[in-house]
Design a binder for this molecule. Structure first.
Ligand code: V47
Length: 393
């Protein structure tokens, strides 16, 4: 039940029909999503998104202890939006050795991470076997560590260099230690937009087909949308629709992660970046339209931790994790830190009144002993702040 004041806000925004659909558990149509993008009252969008967020996840807000490894930025593609990719002889080009990747993994394990998120450029000379070796080396350090690796375009690249079918690539990688696929590389599915921001990259159908194949093999993955550049609102809704259709078919996506465009050091630098308003409404509309997704993630690296906190009232139930080392957004001008401690994530969540839940890669709760966080915030009056399982003692 919502209060009369909220009811009035919804009616004044002309969203009574959409609210009724949501209350009845009915699915929003593309026209509804387009209508939501016309609304200027962000609070109404938040109010509606919050109904669904709480229906699906209560007051819980998830985070994970993870480490990113961007194994190399050397890439045969030249996506216009990308600030990360370099050619082999460019200043700033790098590739990690397998020993370096193993070293980063071992160090991060000391901090309690449960997941490695590993993606990189399409390397011009590494052989298929090198990728298998990378996986085996990391997995051998701790077989329980969840390896989330390789976006769909990397999988297609591996199929090409290994002269293998997509399913064969995924099977071989799974044998070498692959546990799930990350959601990167989806960009915007419209071919018109792809021709402008990532000409030569895989098509929407190819991206979806990699994930479909993996889901049919019993695997899980995430999905993204890189927005706020040259796409139209219709193209955003079309992107969401394609993800929802695949999710209806396979149920294999764990979460959706909208990624706001960052404009520094790339060939789209003249395009203004999306604003805080844009980011919040986009998260809220995703929550409302993607009724078959359990989780909407606000990746704090790309949105900032402060906006990620606010987003917990705008449909979001996950703020990602510790990350530890991030290159893709920082090369594109992100001013966020490179990492967060678990304590900082927990504190950020608790301040919003949500219950912090440490999760594994498949959103199962990891029970953690309460950790004490010295709290400098005057409102807590010097009280010791206990985090982890969500209790304050
Ligand atoms: O694939 C690259 C995007 C992605 C820029 O699956 C950019 O849980 C904005 O996919 N501005 C990498 N976006 C990050 C990613 C991700 C992050 C966190 C969690 C998960 C997950 C996935 O970032 C790339 C590309 O789509 N990207 N450059 C840019 N200038």
């Amino acid at each position: 039940m919502i209060t009369r004041l909220k009811q009035r806000m919804i009616e004044q925004s002309g969203l009574k029909n959409i609210h009724e659909k949501l209350e009845n558990g009915a699915r929003l149509a593309e026209q509804d999503a387009l209508r939501l993008y016309e609304v200027r009252d962000l609070n109404v969008l938040g109010l509606l998104a919050n109904i669904i967020r709480e229906r699906k996840n209560g007051s819980r807000a998830f985070y994970i202890l993870n480490r990113h490894i961007n194994y190399s930025n050397i890439c045969i593609l030249s996506c216009q939006f990308c600030s990360f990719a370099k050619k082999r002889r460019d200043a700033g080009a790098y590739e990690f050795t397998i020993e370096e990747m193993a070293g980063k993994t071992s160090q991060a394990l000391q901090l309690g991470i449960t997941e490695i998120h590993m993606v990189g450029g399409l390397h011009p000379s590494w052989k298929f076997e090198h990728y298998e070796e990378m996986m085996r080396a990391i997995k051998s350090i701790d077989p329980k560590l969840h390896l989330k690796a390789f976006t769909a375009i990397e999988i297609l690249h591996l199929a090409w260099i290994g002269k293998l079918k997509i399913q064969e690539v995924l099977e071989r990688l799974r044998t070498a230690g692959l546990d799930s696929l990350p959601g990167g590389g989806a960009e915007i599915f419209s071919q018109r937009v792809r021709d402008q921001i990532c000409r030569g990259k895989e098509s929407a159908e190819e991206w979806l087909d990699v994930h479909r194949t993996w889901h049919r093999m019993g695997g899980r993955s995430t999905c993204t949308m890189l927005y706020g550049h040259v796409e139209t609102i219709e193209e955003r809704v079309d992107h969401l629709r394609k993800l929802r259709v695949l999710q209806d078919e396979t149920g294999g996506f764990t979460a959706f992660i909208p990624l706001p465009f960052h404009s520094e050091n790339n060939r789209l630098s003249h395009v203004p970046e999306p604003t805080g308003f844009e980011n919040l409404r986009n998260l809220a509309i995703a929550r409302l339209y993607l009724d078959n997704f359990d989780h909407i993630k606000c990746y704090w690296i790309s949105h900032g931790l402060k906006l990620a906190q606010v987003s917990l009232s705008y449909g979001v139930d996950d703020i990602d994790g510790t990350v530890l080392e991030e290159k893709i957004y920082h090369m594109a001008g992100a001013t966020t830190p490179q990492e967060q401690t678990a304590a900082e994530l927990v504190k950020a969540i608790r301040e919003t009144g949500r219950i912090p839940v440490q999760r594994d890669s498949l959103y199962r709760e990891i029970p953690v002993p309460p950790i004490s966080i010295p709290c400098n915030d005057r409102r807590y009056n010097g009280e010791k702040y206990w985090c982890g399982s969500g209790s304050k003692r």
